[in-house]
Design a protein around this ligand. Structure first.
Ligand SMILES: Cc1cc2nc3c(=O)[nH]c(=O)nc-3n(C[C@H](O)[C@H](O)[C@H](O)COP(=O)(O)OP(=O)(O)OC[C@H]3O[C@@H](n4cnc5c(N)ncnc54)[C@H](O)[C@@H]3O)c2cc1C
Length: 426
């Protein structure tokens, strides 16, 4: 069905990650015309898990209830029913997980939170099934974006230039679109900043994880220690566990051009001296000795420039310590698609983007900052919590609520009302 616009407009979405795909699904629902351009040759997801909180699930519901229904089919909770509302058990990384110090474990969560995680590939597969194949163009790496009197010209690596009415950059933490939005005004804020942390990751079969960790393997846990923290949680309907081992980096800067860096097994293991031998065994068996550096956009002064906007990690890439980055991308996609559904003429696109920026940026940037703070807390560098696990757990039981319990229906209502008032559209 054609969009009900008086003058139809076209949107170019750059990037087919969780943000770009969620936006595409939202635009299909709102009958907004779009083309999605992805630099890779096909839909691709790194082999890792992703956990989604109630706000992310609510976003799915409001973008397209089918998406939420399909997610329910592929997602996995904690395997012990009594841990249904637990986000993470809180344990120590040291041998014995803290028992030697008398710490028998804590946990954080909320009655309003239900643990769910999925394999990224499974999440991408359900998302792409909701997007018409003819709206997606692969092997399209954006290399230039220019604006001229209300039109945007996008050039790709293959030499093609297209003309469109709006560009929404969903091209991730290192996305090119960021330079088109910020470059002329805030050039020092285009590149992501190093969080001074890198990680190793692994996916292990649940049988092996259970053999090594016992029943602990079936439920999400955060293991903490000075300068390092590890998370583990079930994915793939309980058939596998996702393991991420984080290490603080004292060097102050990531010294390599690429964001990943291959090391040898010994280097990887020497990063985790003093860690419980069971965890090390899992790491040794299943993690490739590759360091993944963590970068974020701790400061982004605006998410738009006239007809070009940023969404997801290109706007607010965050460290993963609150498992909230994809959730923010889903929230963005919800608000952006509802706003674009109201646009009747291309000239109103910057108004939609300004409202998006004013509503989304304060919340998403707060997620970036508090995620960094959470990483500090898990590594015993929190100024108020230190290495006191009771304080750490109490902090974690509070710090997620504003993320999870956000009223998204109200945010959408406010966005729509603002747009109608500012444009005079009924
Ligand atoms: C270790 C780790 C664990 C995480 N765990 C969680 C979690 O549990 N829960 C959670 O909510 N979040 C989590 N996150 C964050 C989450 O993964 C991201 O916030 C989310 O995937 C961002 O999606 P995106 O679509 O914005 O960007 P991306 O997924 O990075 O997608 C960007 C897309 O743009 C394409 N692209 C890039 N440049 C160009 C170009 N020039 N032209 C065309 N296409 C281009 C890329 O190929 C890619 O497909 C985690 C992150 C990390 C690093």
């Amino acid at each position: 069905m054609m969009h009900s616009a008086e003058v139809p407009f076209n949107v170019a979405i750059i990037g087919a990650g969780i943000g770009g795909l969620a936006l595409a699904i939202g635009l299909v629902r709102q009958d907004v015309r779009f083309t999605l351009y992805e630099s890779a040759g096909e839909y691709a997801a790194v082999g890792a898990g992703v956990g989604l909180g109630p706000n992310a699930l609510k976003s799915m519901d409001l973008i397209d209830p089918k998406l939420r229904g399909m997610y329910n089919q592929v997602s996995t909770g904690n395997l012990r029913l009594e841990k249904k509302n637990v986000m993470m058990e809180a344990l120590l990384l040291e041998e014995g997980f803290g028992e030697k110090q008398g710490w028998m474990g804590g946990e954080w969560g909320s009655p309003t939170f239900e643990r769910t995680s999925a394999h990224r590939k499974a999440l991408l597969d359900i998302m792409t099934s909701l997007i018409p194949r003819n709206t997606v163009k692969f092997n399209k790496r954006v290399t230039n974006i220019q604006q001229d009197t209300g039109k945007v010209f996008v050039t790709f690596q293959d030499g093609e230039t297209i003309e469109t009415d709006a560009v929404i950059g969903c091209d991730g933490v290192k996305g090119f679109t960021r330079s088109a939005v910020l470059g002329s005004r805030y050039s020092d804020l285009v590149d992501p900043k190093y969080t001074n942390k890198y990680l190793y990751r692994a996916i292990a079969p649940i049988e092996d994880a259970k053999r090594v960790l016992g029943e602990r393997a079936t439920d999400a846990a955060m293991f903490m220690g000075p300068g390092m923290n590890w998370s583990i949680y079930p994915i793939s309907k309980g058939a596998e566990v996702n393991l991420v081992a984080f290490k603080k980096d004292a060097r102050g800067a990531w010294p390599y051009r690429e964001y990943t860096h291959q090391v040898d097994l010994q280097t990887m293991l020497s990063d985790f001296e003093g860690v419980d031998s069971r965890l090390l065994e899992l790491l040794k068996m299943y993690a490739k000795p590759v360091q993944w550096s963590l970068h974020h956009h701790i400061t982004t002064p605006t998410y738009y420039n006239a007809h070009v906007a940023l969404l997801g990690d290109s706007a607010h890439a965050t460290g993963p310590h609150q498992a909230a980055g994809a959730g923010q991308a889903l929230e963005d996609a919800l608000v952006m698609s509802r706003l674009l559904g109201l646009v009747k003429r291309a000239a109103d696109l910057p108004t939609a983007f300004r409202i998006f920026d004013s509503l989304r940026r304060p919340r998403a940037q707060k997620v970036v900052q508090t995620s960094y703070d959470a990483g500090e807390i898990y590594t015993f560098a929190g100024p108020e919590t230190g290495s006191d696990m009771a304080k750490v757990t109490a902090n974690c039981n509070e710090r997620f609520l504003w993320i999870w319990e956000h009223d998204l229906e109200a945010e959408v209502r406010i966005a729509e009302k603002m747009f109608r008032m500012e444009t005079g559209n009924a």
